[in-house]
Design a protein around this ligand. Sequence first.
Ligand SMILES: [Zn+2]
Length: 494
Amino acid sequence: MKITKVLKFNVIWSRSFWVLFLLLSIYLKAQKTDYLMKCWSRQVSPLENNILNINYSESYNTLEHDLKPWDQTNYNIQGKVWIGKESYSKIDKYSKENKDYNSGIQLSKDKLLFMNYGENKISPVTKEDMYEQFYLSARYSPLFLINYFKEQKVKIDKENENKEFAVYKTTINKSIVKLFIGKKDYLLSKVTVLADDELFGDVLSVFNYKDYFNDKIYYPKNVSIEKINGKLSDEVNISKLSIDTKIPTLLPTPENFTFKESNKVKPETKLEKYNENIYFLELKHTDDRVLIVEFKDFMFVAEAPVNSDNGEAIINEVKKITPNKPIKYFAFGHFHPHYIGGIRSFVHEEANIIYNQYNKDYIDYIVNAPHTINPDRLQIEPKKIKTLELKDKLKISDGNYEMEIYYIGKKSDHTVDYQVYYFPKEKLLFQDDLIWISKNGQPEKAGTRQEGLYRAIKDLNLDVKTVVQSWPVSDYGVKTVIPFDELEKTVNIN
Ligand SMILES: [Zn+2]
C-alpha cells in the first residue's frame, strides 16, 4: 500500500468516525431531552401553587337542528377560567333573544361539579364526565392537562415523533389524547383528541395554541379548535390574565358528592300493531316512534334514532314480527339524529337506503366513518351501501299493498331534505316532527312547520285522515296522532 493511500484511508476513517460520533451524540441527546418536563417547566411550574385566572371570549359552533347537513349554529360566549395544576373552574355566559344563559364547571382531581346553561342546580355527572374535562379544559389553557401528563409519567410516543414535535400519547376514558411539544421552544403546539361520537364515529378534535406570551409563565393567548375531523371550528381569545392565590367558590357544593352510574342506556321498546301491514315501534329511551311496514315478502323501516345500538334494537324487533322477510328498505324523514342515527345498522342489514340529493353526501359520510373506538356491526363487518334515490315521489309496493314517499323539502320549514310517508289505503300520513298541537287547552295557531306540512299535503293532493308523528311520543305534552281536521283547524285560526 502506498503512503498516500494509507493517509487517505486514515483521513476517511477519522472523518467517518467524527460524523458517526456526532450523529450518536445528537441521537443520545435527543433521547435524553425530556420535552414534557421542559414544557412543564415553562407552562406549569412557574405558577407554583397559584391559580391562573383567564378572561376570554369564545366563538362556539355546534350542529343543532339546522336546515342543511353541516349547517352550524354559532354561540358567542364570554367566560372566566381559574386553572391550576390540579383544578379547573369556569363560568360562562351567552345571550339569546335578550336572555342570558350561564353555566359553570368546578373540577378537582376527584370531583366534578357541573351546572348546565339555563339550569339552576348541579347536574348529576359520571366519572367519565369528570375525566373528559381533563382534556376539555385545554380549550382555554393546557395547564391542567400538561400537569396530568407529567404526573402520569406519560412516555414519549416514538411512532408519532417528527422533526418538529415530540409527541406524548395517553388514553383518557376511551379517547386517545396526544400532546405535540415543539422541539425548539419546548412549548405545547397542539393537543389532539380522538374520541367516539355515536353518530360520526371516531372524531378528531385539535386544539391549536398560538400567540404565546411570556410573563414568568408561558401561556397561549389564542386557541383555535377544530372539531369533528375539521368540519367545525371554534376560537378562544384570552383578553385578560392574572395570577390568583385561590379559586373562588362558583357553584353550590352538594353535601354528599357522588358520581352517577355510567350504565349504558338499555333500549326499551314497545311494539304496536296498527293493522295487517303497519306497525309502530316506540323507543321509550329516545322518545321516538319508528314506522315498520310489512309487505308480502319484504319489510320497510323508517327512522332509527341516535346510534347503531338503536338500529340493532329495531332490527331485532322487526325479526320478531317476521323472522324470514328481509328488510328491503330503510328511509329517514330528514337528516337529524333522531331519524338517521341508526342508519349504519341498516346498511349492514343490506337494506336499500332511500335518500335524496340533499342528504346523499351526509349519509355517505356517516356510513363510511370509521368506528374503531366503539365498533358497531358495520365497523366489524363492513358492507357496501345500497341506495335508492327519491326524487319527488317513490312508490313501494308488493303488487298488492302499497305506500308512497313524498319529498317536501323546504316546505317543511325545517330541513331541505324532508320527506313524508303516505298510505293511500289507510289515508294515513307518517312524518317526523312538524306538528306541535298541545294535548291540553285551546288549539293555537299553527306554526310555520305545521302550516308547511298542511300546505304540502294540500299541494300533493293527498287524501289524509290521520297524521302520525315520529317524535316526540310522550315528552312536551303534544299530540302525536293527529286527525287531519284538527291540523286544518290550527292553520285556519287567525
Ligand atoms: Zn328535526
